[in-house]
Design a protein around this ligand. Sequence first.
Ligand SMILES: C[S@@+](CC[C@H](N)C(=O)[O-])C[C@H]1O[C@@H](n2cnc3c(N)ncnc32)[C@H](O)[C@@H]1O
Length: 273
Amino acid sequence: MPDHGAGRSSGSFVAVGLGMMLGAHVTPRARSEIQHADVVFVLVSDAIVERWVQEMRADARSLQPFYAEGKRRTRSYREMIEAMLAEVRAGHRVCGVFYGHPGVFAQVPHHAIAQARREGFDAEMHAGISAEDCLYADLGIDPGTFGCQHYEASQLMFYQRRLDPSAYLVLWQIGVAGDRSVSRFGTGPAHRRLLIELLVDEGYPLDHEVIVYEAATLPIVEPRMDRMPLSALVDADLHLQSTLVVPPARPMARNEAMLAKLARLEARLDSGA
Ligand SMILES: C[S@@+](CC[C@H](N)C(=O)[O-])C[C@H]1O[C@@H](n2cnc3c(N)ncnc32)[C@H](O)[C@@H]1O
């Protein structure tokens, strides 16, 4: 454990991300936080990545055992936060290491930071490379071209949202779409049929091409970019690390009323009125 000298009495918390690809995406800042923390907790996508962190910090503690099939994820998250906060309260400099970006579709880092701050400790997050960043690169998508909507797949099903089929749609946690128990490691065709029904109602045709995307997590593997009609999603091979990308299904419609208002405004400004 690094020695930071005597006199430091209050703990702190920092959340860092490793990016998606093992060893290739970690920022110098994240690496430095991992090396200099008193206590390191790690919650990453697989055991190889966890071992990689443990090569840097042999004493890194895994948060993975807090998960269990059938146990509500919200309970696991509370226990993870509590484990990290206990070390902060004990006066330690604590680093939480997460895969991807620690603040993207990740409750634990956000809640741990908020809790630490409520208790008067210093807490911050450093950005990392998320699955979203990788998908823009791998699929050649620029979110600025047509706009891009991101939803957690189950949340999209549980709440009334308004989708815009003229923009990209990215659905996270598609592998557990519709899991009301928040405790499964996967849902199946019956849940997916309901999601497809919802997307069809929102204007996406059944034959519209969608992409099951999985960023490469090792330099020796290729990203998964499986294109299929929306209807084929029912039987698609989906995992916890799958993200669904739905390209626009219709062209953007010009907002003629706003364009006319802008033209009138510009004419007024140009005439100096
Ligand atoms: C709890 S979120 C964590 C996201 C992570 N914090 C990030 O920055 O990308 C888990 C979801 O991220 C997406 N995800 C995780 N690993 C992925 C990968 N290798 N490729 C594509 N999406 C991935 C999936 O939608 C998955 O269900």
